[in-house]
Ligand binder design. Structure first.
Ligand SMILES: [Zn+2]
Length: 204
């Protein structure tokens, strides 16, 4: 994993603690993918996001890129419009989806960690900053694979970094050893219009 804030500890117990946190974050990245496969409505690229607390190792809320829900539980726009209409106006990005859900549910986002495999555009970055998020966890593979969006994503990540948010950028979503976190089977998701296996990290 590459991390912008490298720890300089030589104390083995600190490394153990850090390794466990990394394993929890990798589990969260896999969980976000799994949720995206189930909940994302984007006809081309499915993305998930979640809010978690690494201290208690709890996932608090999950989101995906999908149609916005307001006071009512169902979106007002028919799903068919996602293909025929202007997708950008109809879908909310996964990062903002989970933040908006937190607001609706009265969950304070201050100090929480946001996990999103493919993060983030500048608009989402500003929303993440404004919501007081402390850490952002992301996966390098999709960012570098999607060339069209790579510069945009890196700009978003630089906004986070410049606001003091700690970035955890993983090169793999799999742990280097068996962990206590429940393993999940990951289905393919859509990435740039094609099936993508997050575990293989390559298009099928
Ligand atoms: Zn975004």
């Amino acid at each position: 994993m590459s991390n912008t804030n490298t720890l300089g500890h030589t104390d083995p117990s600190m490394w153990k603690k850090r390794a466990r946190k990394d394993e929890f974050f990798q589990f969260c990245l896999r969980s976000a993918y799994s949720y995206a496969a189930f909940a994302s409505e984007d006809p081309r690229t499915q993305n998930g996001a979640l809010l978690c607390d690494p201290k208690s190792e709890q996932i608090l809320l999950m989101g995906a890129n999908r149609r916005m829900c307001g006071m009512f539980d169902t979106p007002i726009n028919p799903k068919e419009e996602l293909v025929t209409g202007d997708k950008a106006d109809l879908l909310v990005h996964a990062e903002r989806d989970v933040l908006f859900q937190a607001a609706q549910r009265g969950l304070s986002t201050r100090g929480l960690t946001l996990v999103c495999p493919w993060a983030c555009c500048p608009d989402c970055a500003n929303a993440i900053v404004g919501c007081g998020i402390r850490n952002v966890v992301t996966y390098n593979k999709p960012i570098s694979m999607y060339k069209k969006w790579e510069t945009v994503s890196e700009h978003g990540l630089s906004i986070l970094f410049n606001h003091g948010i700690t970035l955890y950028r993983f090169d793999s979503i799999l742990p280097s050893r068996p962990t206590q976190f429940t393993e999940i089977t990951l289905p393919n998701i859509l990435f740039d219009g094609k099936p993508f296996n997050p575990l293989l990290g390559e298009w099928e």
